[in-house]
Design a protein around this ligand. Structure first.
Ligand code: ATP
Ligand code: MG
Length: 139
């Protein structure tokens, strides 16, 4: 099951700017089915756990502050080849390097405030989905 699912967050900057609808439209038009979705806000402990892999990086404190400053949209998405295809749809981490038509090219501000998260492996998609959603919230 994990092989055709990925996990995403529309990050606080995208929500603040009113881009939820436009980004979800692009995700749906790209063939992803919504398995689970909610508007939620991460606590400091949540963000520190979610991004624990980056805890030694110089940007970690700023990353936690950014990801907790307002609500996010968390979602589990399903499609063949979901992880890779969603990473292609969102574009490079730095919007300056992102391809034309990608979500980050269209909606991201900078490498630190880049509008959207996408899981980087099937294993992480399953971990991240389970971090935000119980089994009963997945359809
Ligand atoms: P995400 O995991 O959010 O989908 P990503 O996989 O493209 O993004 P990662 O390397 O996992 O990139 O970095 C996680 C997040 O940390 C980035 O999305 C961005 O918000 C922030 N970040 C990454 N690199 C930098 C950097 N050099 N300077 C500032 N912030 C950064
Ligand atoms: Mg990442």
């Amino acid at each position: 099951m994990a092989t055709n699912r990925t996990f995403t967050m529309l990050k606080p900057d995208a929500v603040e700017k009113g881009h939820i609808g436009a980004i979800l439209e692009k995700i749906s038009a790209s063939g992803f089915r919504i398995v689970a979705m909610k508007l939620t806000q991460m606590t400091k402990a949540d963000a520190e756990t979610f991004y624990a892999i980056h805890k030694e990086r110089p940007f970690f404190t700023d990353l936690v502050q950014y990801m907790t400053r307002g609500p996010i949209v968390a979602a589990i998405l399903e499609k063949d080849n979901a992880v890779e295809d969603f990473r292609t749809l969102i574009g490079a981490t730095n919007p300056a390097d992102a391809a034309e038509g990608t979500i980050r090219k269209m909606y991201a501000e900078s490498i630190s405030e880049n509008a959207v998260h996408g899981s980087d492996s099937d294993e992480n998609a399953a971990i991240e989905g389970a971090f935000h959603f119980s089994g009963r919230e997945q359809f």
